[in-house]
Design a protein around this ligand. Structure first.
Ligand SMILES: [Zn+2]
Ligand SMILES: [Zn+2]
Length: 236
């Protein structure tokens, strides 16, 4: 007879073991989802980036839970994740970086209309959507861009270490998305619904870098500089 079969064991503990037997020891509470994330505890140079098991909280007002299928890696991830803790308002740890994510919506919080569960989405930066720049479609010139995308004030606590630790102690919402995670909470303003564009998971993976690299690189040359085939451009 094992200890688990003893009739003296409290019902609450027997219920917990039953739950673990049915769902596994690593099962998470109903209000959390299990995921893997690259958590930056310190700068990359100090070996502070670690692939870890985490849990992700439920999406709140204006947020979506997205299952990532791909993320690009941009120099801004390395730049921000290379600044020592506290040396700048944008440098704090622990956090999850990444801002060229693409994936499928798993859950939708309140007041979200941009996408439904199951929709393929591409992810980009966050903006206020209330200022004159945002109202004239100049979202990248939003005066709150730095505040909303980089600072601790806007970096919503989202992830909890699976091995134990304070709940939601790891910050997310980097560029509104923190895509270096298999599941992440994403701000609705960062979401582009691609259900009429994307037909396969492979396409969704390929389009991930639209969130930053393609629009700031090709977009600058084609749309801002309006360069044509006879122009000479200098890329700095
Ligand atoms: Zn970038
Ligand atoms: Zn704005």
């Amino acid at each position: 007879m094992t200890g688990r079969a003893s009739a003296n064991i409290p019902k609450s503990l027997r219920d917990l073991w039953k739950h673990q037997d049915e769902h596994g020891r690593q099962s998470t509470p109903d209000n959390m989802s299990s995921a893997k994330a690259i958590v930056s505890h310190d700068t990359h140079a100090n070996g502070g980036w670690k692939l870890e098991d985490v849990t992700v909280r439920k999406p709140g007002d204006g947020e979506l839970l997205v299952e990532m299928v791909a993320t690009g890696v941009c120099h801004t991830d390395a730049l921000i994740g290379g600044i020592p803790d506290g040396a700048s308002p944008v440098a704090f740890y622990p956090r999850v970086l990444g801002h060229e994510g693409s994936g499928y919506v798993k859950e939708v919080g309140s007041n979200v209309t941009v996408a439904k569960v199951g929709d393929p989405v591409l992810l980009s930066y966050a903006f206020c959507n209330n200022c004159p720049a945002c109202k004239s479609n100049g979202h990248s010139h939003c005066p709150d861009f730095t505040e909303l995308n980089f600072t601790k004030n806007a970096a919503s606590p989202i992830f909890t270490p699976s091995k134990g630790g304070d709940e939601n102690s790891i910050h997310g919402a980097f560029f509104g998305q923190s895509s270096f995670a298999s599941l992440s909470i994403v701000r609705a303003c960062s979401v582009v619904n691609a259900k009429d564009l994307i037909k396969s998971k492979e396409d969704l993976q390929l389009f991930g870098p639209l969130g930053c690299g393609i629009q700031t690189g090709a977009g600058t040359v084609i749309n801002a500089a309006k360069a044509t085939k006879d122009d000479i451009v200098c890329i700095m």
